[in-house]
Design a binder for this molecule. Structure first.
Ligand SMILES: [Zn+2]
Length: 163
């Protein structure tokens, strides 16, 4: 976070960053972690995450803090202040989860660019059926064009989808 506070980049939540934020919300330890991964201000993440967290709350999928409250609850947490998270919080694990998520995305983008079918990407990455489609948003226009080319080539010698 060496950028000065005034740079526009750290003030703007681009669609790409918003998508990544939504992806990180369930496993991130803190909004501060998300802000640092996205290179945006904590305030930006606070504002942008509020409606999503409200929805998760409604759906009963809001991530929980080790203390039993909703994660990201205000005023900090006795647990995190003491740096002694209870076993069910596993900060190490959620950080590892973030690494896994980013790696999974890298592979998904690569496979999609190669023109692979959604069902094959889902299967290769052990994701729920239909998840791969979601990763299309991470492809650059260049990669999308490449995907279309590769798909046309694959269409010439189709492989049955086993799903
Ligand atoms: Zn707490």
């Amino acid at each position: 976070m060496s950028h000065p506070d005034t740079t526009t980049e750290t003030r703007v939540m681009t669609p790409e960053k918003l998508a990544l934020m939504v992806e990180l919300l369930p496993t991130a330890d803190s909004l501060r972690d998300i802000a640092s991964i996205l290179s945006v201000h904590l305030d930006v993440v606070r504002r942008a995450s509020a409606p999503f967290l409200a929805l998760m709350k409604l759906n009963g999928t809001h991530p929980q803090c080790g203390c039993g409250k909703d994660r990201f609850h205000p005023y900090g947490c006795a647990d995190s202040r003491a740096k002694s998270w209870p076993a069910d919080c596993l900060p190490g694990q959620t950080r590892a989860g973030t690494v896994v998520m980013l790696e999974r995305r890298r592979v998904a983008v690569e496979m999609l660019t190669q023109g692979q079918r959604f069902c094959d990407v889902d299967r290769a990455l052990g994701m729920h059926k239909g998840t791969a489609k979601y990763y299309l948003r991470y492809l650059t226009p260049d990669q999308l064009a490449k995907r279309e080319r590769n798909q046309r080539e694959r269409a010439a010698k189709p492989v049955r989808c086993a799903a």
